[in-house]
Write a new protein. Sequence first.
Lengths: 115, 112
Amino acid sequence: EAGVAQSPRYKIIEKRQSVAFWCNPISGHATLYWYQQILGQGPKLLIQFQNNGVVDDSQLPKDRFSAERLKGVDSTLKIQPAKLEDSAVYLCASSPGGGQTDTQYFGPGTRLTVL
Amino acid sequence: AQSVTQLGSHVSVSEGALVLLRCNYSSSVPPYLFWYVQYPNQGLQLLLKYTTGATLVKGINGFEAEFKKSETSFHLTKPSAHMSDAAEYFCAVTDYGQNFVFGPGTRLSVLP
């Protein structure tokens, strides 16, 4: 079965510009996660969707970050405007259900550099 | 809120030696615990998880971890390291109604 797909793999932008990341989860997976992984740190959950509804976005900086999961399948994460501290790898993951013991399957990530 | 600490940001072992990666957590209720591995330029992959039941959990690639409630620990071990084990290892915790929280990671180097 195909894994979690993410694009682009790399992105370089200047501060105050906008950027969008795309994620296509494993087919049939109900739950989709976006994480931010800053160099040298563990991933931090930004937002969790179950189908097309938001389960948790408590750590999403809503003044500049937004995410959507239309039709409960693929998802986009947007940053507008970007700051230097947004430089990180953005990971998308999916799981079959919404249970907290579900295994999460991760994509390869998008590495964002903000200059 | 839960938190995870991983002692040692970088661990080096010789090929064939014991691998021990430490993880301690804080949680006010019984936790669910996970170890994920991240190979260079790849996404994270689940090694093993503890939910309920047996406290010694076996995972893929010969790894295992033991949940010790009294020590609030979930250390990851492998009897004999292989070159292919070189990667970043993340411990994570969640519990009922809470977010998934990852530790800072431990980079494992395996020396020939």
